[in-house]
Structures are given as C-alpha cells and as structure tokens.
Design a protein around this ligand. Structure first.
Ligand code: FES
Length: 361
C-alpha cells in the first residue's frame, strides 16, 4: 500500500525535473519507491486501472502512466518491462488512447510467451507496470491525406486502431479502408468497435476458417486488394502484422511501383544465413567459452547455452539486447555488413558471428 497518494506524486514529479541533474537517480528511486511506486526520477510506472478481454485471446489493460511519461503519437510503441524471478523481461506494445487521459495496451496470449502469459494471468496482482517512452515513426502525417488504407493482421490491429481513434478525435472526413486479417473471427480483437466506426470500409478477411456473409476468405493478395479496394493506388497506406504479412504487402507495392506505403511488423524476420560454420563464443563476464556457429544470432545461441541476456523485440528495435562485443567479426543480419571493430556496441538479436567472438556478457 503506497504511503502517499498518486495525485500528490504526480503533482510533485514535474518539480523534480529541474533537480534531475543534481540528484542520484538510483538513490532517489530507491527512497521514492518506498513512498509510492510511481515516485521515480525518470522511470515511468503506469497504474493498472482496468482489465478486460477482447476476442478470446487478447486482454486489454487500461493504464494510467505517471507524469514522467511524455505521451505518444498513435502508431508508436512502448516497452513494457516485467521482472520475474529476478530477470527483467521487456516486450513492446502499441498504446491506444483511452478515456480520461489513460492509455490501453492489448496483449495477445502467445504459446510459450512468458510476458503475455504474465500479463494475462497476473496483471491484477502486478498493480503497476514499468513502461518506456513511446518510440517509432509508424505514425500518421500531420497533414492528413484524402484517402487512407490500413492493412492489419492479427495483433497488427493495435497501432492501426490507435490511428483510427486518433482520426476520429481529429474529425477526419476522408476515405478510410481497413483490411483486417485473422485466423478465426473469435480471436480477432476490437471487431465490435471497428464495425461501429463511422465511415470505415471494414473488410474482415479470415485465413483459418470459413468466411460468412460480408467477410472474405484467404490471405492478403494483389487480386484480393484489387477486388476490395479498387482505388488503393494513391492512398496513404499503413500495414502492420507479422513479418511475412508485411513482406507480402511490400512485394505488391514494389511490383506495381506504388508509393506511400509504411510498414511495421511485430515478429522477427527469418534470417537467411548463407553458411553455418563452427566458431567459439566467449562470454567474458560469465567466464564461459562455448561452441557457436555462424548460422544463428548471438541471442539465440546465448539462450541455447542457458544464458539469459535481456531481450525484448528480437528484431533490432528496442535495444534491450544491446551489449559490447570486445573482439571478433560479426555480421549485421539486416544489412549483411561485417564489422571487426573491437569494443563495439551490438544488438545480439540481429547479429551473427562470422568468426570467434568475445562478448562482454
Ligand atoms: S531484443 Fe530488441 S533490439 Fe534485440
């Protein structure tokens, strides 16, 4: 039970900002936490205000962040960090505007998803969640175009819905189309809200069960796009879903030479590694030397050997897995670039060894 009320903490937080340069953050945070979980110099803790189910697989948490939070633009994402058995776990979610200055995040339960399971089962007992500042440039432009086309698959609906809520708040009068893909209808979150959204041309596309009247069947394809949105060319387009989904959308836009597509994916790409040779991985702080290979990321190899480096998105976005490479050659899997610099900062989830590597882990 906090010793001081949240209202007082949030009145006080802006007053600490001019002093931040003179205070020791760890000391301030330690004593602040004893008085109230949100009394932190820079870190943001959000209070869980409500929890509800959306569809059969998604839980929606309504959160009230402390005044250390700088807000967000619809479509951005935030890091949510939980501690379990002394290990911090971070995942990224797209916040959505909710009533009274609060935000919502939607968490789909994933098989073997530690954080999603905790947030589904134990959110009530957690009470406060640590969230990061909002990041990302998957956002609406300041000047809104006359036609907007949204393509969402699965959990990709959350940044899209954040944008739709934003558009409603801004009184958008242009043309709005949404193709929303899901395996099964009862697992698709926010269908009721989307069906009631004024002026939205909603196309529900089912990939794992029979479509009913007013629904479509099958995965995203150029033919389906043409049939559902004949004027897609020239629309500003936002696509969000798994890596495979956004790749399929990009391929159509590239093939046709269309502009105006912004994509965001929430699953890591499958890396195509040309070779798989044996190397030695040295984890200097753990004092361990292990057999590695060039055909896998440093993160998955460290985990396979029982190490637990911090990680979040697993696709090079959140920087949670950042670590120092002391020596050795590594490849950035997004660009293919090889680097041999000593004492270099790398992200373990998007880096593969090219030869023997020493890591500050
Ligand atoms: S886990 Fe997010 S950047 Fe590596």
């Amino acid at each position: 039970m906090p010793l001081i009320p949240a209202a007082l903490v949030n009145l006080a937080l802006p007053l600490t900002r001019p002093l931040a340069a003179f205070l020791r953050e760890d000391v301030f945070d330690y004593y602040g936490r004893l008085l109230h979980p949100q009394l932190q110099l820079r870190r943001v803790f959000a209070r869980l205000k409500a929890r509800r189910l959306e569809g059969e697989a998604t839980v929606v948490l309504t959160l009230s962040p402390s005044r250390n939070w700088r807000g967000f633009r619809a479509g951005q994402h935030v890091a949510v960090t939980l501690e379990k058995d002394g290990v911090r776990h971070t995942r990224r979610y797209s916040p959505m505007r909710a009533a009274n200055g609060r935000i919502e995040i939607a968490i789909k339960r994933l098989k073997e998803g530690l954080v999603s399971s905790l947030l589904h089962e134990e959110a009530d007992s957690i009470g406060y969640l640590e969230i990061g500042q909002a990041e990302g440039d998957f956002v609406l432009p300041d000047t809104l175009p006359p036609r907007l086309l949204f393509l969402a698959a699965g959990s990709g609906i959350t940044p899209i819905l954040a944008m739709l809520r934003e558009l409603k708040a801004r009184g958008y009068q242009g043309e709005l189309n949404l193709l929303y893909y899901g395996r099964q209808r009862n697992q698709m979150a926010y269908l009721d809200e989307l069906r009631a959204y004024p002026g939205l041309h909603l196309h529900v596309c089912l990939t794992g069960e029979q479509a009913q009247a007013g629904e479509q069947a099958g995965r995203f394809s150029a033919a389906q796009l043409d049939a559902l949105v004949p004027k897609a060319e020239g629309s500003a387009v936002f696509a969000c879903g798994s890596h495979g989904f956004t790749e399929a959308v990009q391929a159509v836009w590239q093939q046709r030479g269309w502009q105006g597509l912004a994509c965001e994916s929430f699953t890591p790409p499958t890396w195509h590694l040309e070779d798989d040779k044996p190397v030695t991985l040295t984890f200097a702080r753990a004092r361990r030397q292990l057999a590695g290979r060039t055909g896998g990321t440093l993160l998955e190899q460290a985990e396979a050997h029982g190490l637990k480096p911090a990680s979040g998105c697993r696709m090079g976005i959140c920087n949670t897995c950042t670590c120092q490479k002391r020596e050795g050659a590594v490849r950035d899997l997004r660009t293919g670039e090889i680097s041999t610099k000593p004492d270099e900062t790398i992200r373990l989830c998007i880096t593969a060894p090219v030869g023997n590597v020493v890591l500050d882990l």
